[in-house]
Design a protein around this ligand. Structure first.
Ligand code: 13P
Ligand code: SF4
Length: 351
């Protein structure tokens, strides 16, 4: 996760089995690779009537030549650039909106741009296409997948569903369009508790494909669910031992973990939330040091998210390709559970 420097917090990344422990001092001069780890608390979208406003454009003078070309292409195509929080800083800098999966879907649902340029992974761009069947949706790298999506092939899900006609299938958005089309409702990490709470009481809940998110939601809602045995290869790299070690090093730092982390990690966390809520948490906490357990910087990055580069972003806009193409029949089936999610998500919170 990245936001540019400019705040007075320190972000500590727990050691994963892929990496070494890192502490990032924000107000000191930073080596380039460290800058990527820092949340820019000055760029957090403010809470207001529109919780998901577009960003103010970065002044062209602050951008390099390639970025300026991307901005020019954006104007020419009447395009919007949507970027996930895990995208590299230079992509975030040219994006109209940076956020989590929920915010990105909401943004995709309401845009009037003719072309959507999606900088994230494939299932995210696919979701934008399902919500905008008549628009061109392009992405920098078509091969940017997701281990959760891969863990749940639609025919296997269908076979499980056939064993119980009372299943009500809740699919985490990190899944293919075919899996969405088999589901009753979609959720993201930002709204999963709300979606499960809103699910019919007389149905057997089946949660796919992330067993860790599913287990966390069960703890929050006390709704029993059958869990698909999938997980995010990057988040399960964090271990109980690595969090204990970094907590020992920074005893005053709260631990903020993504719900895709295992129970052994979640039980050590002070806050468990989506990437966008992490940005909000870091903004509000009086703590000067924060331990973040999610995809972040060079310590534990998602190899799929990091397949996107500024060059590929430029080329996909210049070529209007690769684009997401789905059959109208699949779009029609996959759209209903996404729309159900957006409707439930827009309801006022009960608490
Ligand atoms: P968010 O819902 O926080 O955007 O997370 C998506 C994701 O892929 C996490 O690995
Ligand atoms: Fe998928 Fe994990 Fe990458 Fe998120 S971080 S896109 S869940 S592989």
């Amino acid at each position: 996760m990245h936001r540019a420097p400019g705040a007075d917090h320190q972000i500590a990344a727990p050691q994963s089995s892929l990496s070494s422990t890192a502490l990032h001092q924000i107000d000191a001069p930073l080596p380039r690779s460290y800058v990527d780890c820092v949340l820019d608390l000055t760029e957090v979208q403010p809470a207001g009537i529109d919780r998901f406003p577009l960003r103010k454009p970065i002044p062209p003078a602050r951008l390099d030549a390639l970025s300026r070309e991307i901005i020019a292409l954006k104007k020419k195509l009447n395009a919007i650039i949507l970027a996930h929080n895990y995208q590299v800083p230079e992509i975030q800098d040219v994006a109209d909106y940076v956020g989590d999966s929920l915010g990105l879907s909401q943004q995709a649902a309401k845009t009037d741009a003719e072309v959507i340029v999606f900088c994230g992974v494939h299932f995210m761009a696919e979701t934008a296409k399902i919500l905008n069947p008549h628009k061109l949706v392009i992405l920098p790298d078509k091969d940017a997948g997701c281990s959760l999506e891969q863990s749940c092939p639609a025919p296997k899900l269908k076979a499980l569903q056939d064993t119980n006609s009372n299943f009500y299938t809740i699919a985490y958005i990190n899944c293919s369009a075919d899996v969405k089309a088999l589901s009753d409702v979609i959720c993201t990490s930002g709204n999963a508790v709300k979606i499960v709470n809103a699910s019919p009481k007389d149905r057997d809940l089946l949660f796919v494909p992330d067993e860790n998110l599913g287990a966390w939601v069960m703890e929050q809602t006390h709704r029993p669910m059958t869990l698909w045995r999938g997980n995010c290869y990057a988040h399960v790299e964090f271990t109980h031992a690595s969090i204990m070690r970094i907590r020992g090093e920074f005893p005053d730092a709260p631990v903020v973990a993504h719900p895709e982390c295992t129970k052994a990690v979640r039980m050590l966390a002070d806050e468990i939330c989506s990437t966008e809520k992490m940005v909000g948490y870091c903004k509000k906490t009086p703590a000067k040091q924060i331990i973040i357990a999610t995809e972040n910087c060079r310590c534990n990055e998602c190899r799929f998210m990091k397949m996107n580069t500024l060059e590929k972003l430029h080329d996909c806009m210049a070529d209007r390709s690769p684009s997401v193409e789905l059959s109208p029949e699949l779009i029609a089936r996959a759209r209903l559970p996404i729309e159900r999610m957006l409707q439930i998500s827009a309801l006022p919170n009960q608490d």
